[in-house]
Design a protein around this ligand. Structure first.
Ligand code: SAH
Length: 359
């Protein structure tokens, strides 16, 4: 059995302990190592040029660095790139890179991260939900998605577009892997490492009571909530497990959620044709939005093979949006990116497994 320690899953403090106790080196060395791992995206101890040969040897003997391997890359016509990544135990997870052009004309990337292999929430419209829950991802695996994407971009794009924003909207429910989520957020913020600021990170949750308040108080990320339905009844139909926490209780928790100056939370509303896009739905949704400091993202459903749901007609979507605007709700239609590569949550892995079965 491999008893070496995987350094990518250690917090700064844990790395410091390892360096001082196990390697008998000074704390300063932990800072160097951290910088190599997180800022320089290093995967090989030998490349750490300011570290002595003897330390390289010690590191090799007691530890290793990990990065998920890329199993499959799918690129959409709109530039969205989806990766199927393999973890150490062979499990597959997904991450997506979504490019956009910033005001200064440079390409900026938003990366969508997974936090669990599969998901226990079983939302009826979601492909990940169909996989069921396998296990939580460690911090090394969660942030390994960023490291794998950075290495890929450096290899294939000479101009190095940078990963500007991170959204925890991939496979899994982040708040059900709370400890590793918080550890990942802290590592992302660390000045000697990736140095992401709060406003560049968004954590999306279907609304889990445990951990929600703490996430707000940590001020480590912005919050997005997958609402998807404006009443408890409809929500229970679409998201049976999430709805175990009653919509009214979720809304009260959101009313008292810690927000900083000028910060607003995001409500995500997957628009399912004929299911949650009626004038009555708009009315209920307006009531909810008037209670919260929130902006609303309307996400037209990405058609998934075998799903009972369908995308809304463009006409209906616009009518729905207009009804909201008429009551001063900031609703923005988010064009689904990467539709031709099935970039919505869990779709790539689902499709990949299907293709393996039919081989
Ligand atoms: N569990 C968390 C994180 C997953 S994010 C949460 O529920 O927020 C999942 C997001 O993917 C959902 O908010 C939804 O907007 C999006 N999604 C899932 N299936 C989709 C589909 N078929 N089409 C478009 N978006 C989808």
């Amino acid at each position: 059995m491999d008893t070496k320690l995987q350094l990518n899953s250690l917090s700064y403090h844990e790395l410091e302990n390892f360096v001082t106790n196990e390697l008998q080196l000074s704390k300063y060395r932990a800072g160097q190592l951290w910088n190599w791992i997180w800022a320089k995206n290093c995967l090989d101890f030998e490349e750490m040029s300011d570290v002595s040969k003897e330390t390289h040897r010690l590191l090799r003997e007691k530890a290793y660095l990990f990065r998920p391997t890329i199993e499959k890359v799918s690129k959409s016509k709109d530039g969205t790139t989806k990766f199927l990544l393999k973890l150490e135990d062979g499990e597959l997870i997904e991450t997506v890179l979504i490019p956009s052009i910033s005001k200064d004309g440079k390409v900026r990337i938003t990366q969508c991260l997974s936090t669990q292999v599969g998901c226990a929430m079983a939302c009826s419209f979601c492909s990940t939900g169909k996989l069921g829950f396998k296990r939580n991802m460690s911090m090394g695996e969660i942030l390994g998605q960023v490291q794998a994407a950075r290495a890929f971009l450096e290899d294939y794009h000479p101009e190095h577009p940078i990963i500007r924003n991170l959204v925890f909207m991939g496979m899994g429910e982040p708040l059900l892997n709370f400890e590793n989520l918080m550890k990942s957020l802290e590592t992302l913020h660390h000045k000697k490492g990736l140095a992401f600021s709060t406003r560049r990170i968004t954590v999306s949750t279907c609304g889990i009571q445990k951990g929600l308040k703490e996430l707000g108080e940590s001020n480590l990320a912005y919050l997005a909530v997958s609402l998807h339905a404006p009443t408890q009844e409809k929500r229970a139909m679409l998201m049976p497990k999430a709805a175990a926490w009653h919509l009214e209780d979720l809304l009260s928790a959101l009313e008292s959620y810690t927000l900083h100056t000028r910060e607003r939370m995001t409500l995500e509303y997957l628009v399912l044709g004929g299911v949650n896009d009626t004038p009555q739905d708009a009315k209920e949704l307006i009531k909810i939005c008037s209670r919260l400091k929130a902006k609303l993202n309307l996400i037209p459903y990405n058609d998934t093979p075998g799903s009972p749901y369908k995308a809304p007609s463009f006409e209906n979507l616009l009518r729905f949006e207009k009804a909201l605007w008429a009551k001063n709700v900031t609703a923005i239609i988010r064009k689904s990116k990467g539709q031709d590569i099935e970039a919505a949550c869990g779709q790539l892995r689902a499709e990949y497994e299907l293709s393996k079965q039919t081989l």
